[in-house]
Ligand binder design. Structure first.
Ligand SMILES: Cc1cc2nc3c(=O)[nH]c(=O)nc-3n(C[C@H](O)[C@H](O)[C@H](O)COP(=O)(O)O)c2cc1C
Length: 365
């Protein structure tokens, strides 16, 4: 299976299946000297851990990070950082019934079509557990970026039709409600809606938004490695993400040029913009403004309602998925989106080091 590696200079490889012994990541290319402890990684992993609210699966997984290499005396050594998280509380028997059926909305059919063989216990590499490696690596990338003044604010913008209007954002609330919404009253409305979904054995989707501040102008390459292309690719590679927007995104298509352009102005030595329809990126390169991106997450495919499907032998049948699954993926995916954004920015920031001769001269002369 190819494609488990992400990044050019800050490069990660995730490994492991949901019902194997462990999952994890190897980070190659993290600069030496970054203070790093297991607590730094655990803090991020705890944000995606199941069993924390009534809207996330009741599976009790400790998701305890162990750093196996690349750190000495609580600092990165510049060598590969290997992080392992042991799997616990898997109930392979929950999946016995669905071993020969293709679950609608899952990768079962496409895995069989591609490989002719699949690990049916919880989706294998397509499982949400694969994202543990991304989040562990994202914690390292975010810590590196924080040293450079780059910060992330990531939250749930909407669940189903319940959307927090921008005028009512209160970022101090994000960690006060179990849905990571920037408004507790909207989080209550969304919780009531999710309660209805649970009653009707259904699930909900939603939108995650991420704001990144402190990225200097000039990050991103102008052609295939555009910053917006790289961010979209990284975030689209997360399971259940069905759309990515940068800045105004799809709304820009309905706007006129005179309103969609962000007028520039100069203040002191800085070139600034009066508005930020661009979402902080012009021509694939950061413009120094806040980077704004959104990810649309589909409703959890595993639902207890009876659905039509076929068996791997091609017989028509029905299926009802009774294992333990999140009625909504969004809250647990918030930190996954932030992690992929951090990994992408860290990588392109490092690539940018060789863009100019004066950078090289400053370093080598
Ligand atoms: C953090 C996270 C947790 C997830 N948990 C579940 C889950 O409990 N049940 C489920 O059916 N899908 C879950 N998914 C989504 C499936 O993995 C995904 O929808 C499926 O592999 C099909 O891929 P696609 O939606 O990208 O086409 C999760 C995804 C993520 C990112």
């Amino acid at each position: 299976m190819a494609g488990s590696t992400y990044g050019n200079l800050f490069k990660i490889t995730t490994w492991g299946e949901s019902h194997g012994a462990a999952v994890g990541v190897v980070i190659d290319g993290c600069p030496a000297g970054l203070p790093l402890s297991e607590e730094d990684i655990q803090h991020y992993l705890n944000r995606r851990k199941p069993g924390q609210s009534r809207f996330t699966t009741a599976r009790q997984e400790a998701d305890q990070a162990e750093i196996l290499s690349g750190v000495f005396n609580e600092r990165t050594t510049g060598t590969p950082i290997s992080i392992l998280v042991k799997n616990q509380d898997q109930r392979s028997k929950d999946y016995g019934k669905i071993k020969d059926c293709y679950r609608p909305g899952h990768a079962d059919y496409t895995f069989d079509a591609k490989y002719g063989f699949r690990d049916y216990r919880g989706g294998g590499r397509s499982s949400g557990r694969e994202t543990i490696g991304r989040v562990a690596a994202g914690a390292v990338a975010a810590k590196l970026l924080r040293r450079l003044g780059i910060e992330f604010t990531t939250y749930t913008r909407s669940i189903g039709e319940i959307l927090v209007p921008e005028s009512e954002y209160d970022f101090s609330c994000i960690f006060e409600n179990e849905l990571y919404m920037p408004n507790n009253a909207y989080a209550e409305k969304a919780s009531a809606y999710l309660g209805e979904c649970i009653k009707s054995m259904d699930s909900s989707g939603g939108v995650i938004e991420c704001q990144i501040t402190g990225v200097p102008a000039g990050i991103g390459e102008p052609v295939f490695d555009k910053l917006d292309a790289a961010l979209s690719g990284g975030i689209m590679s997360i399971g259940a993400v069905k759309g990515v927007e940068i800045g105004d995104g799809f709304l820009a298509a309905a706007n006129v040029g005179s309103k969609n352009n962000d007028p520039f102005y100069s203040k002191g030595n800085h070139i600034l913009k009066k508005t930020n329809h661009s979402g902080g990126i012009l021509g694939g390169i950061s413009d120094g403004d806040t980077i704004l991106l959104r990810a649309a997450i589909k409703p959890t495919p595993s639902i207890a309602q009876e659905q039509e499907t076929v068996t791997s032998a091609g017989d028509n049948t029905t299926i009802s998925i009774t294992g333990r699954h999140d009625p909504v993926i969004v809250p647990r995916a918030v930190v996954v989106v932030e992690s992929m954004a951090a990994l992408t920015i860290a990588d392109l920031l490092m690539m940018n080091m060789s863009a100019r001769l004066d950078n090289l001269e400053r370093f080598y002369l």
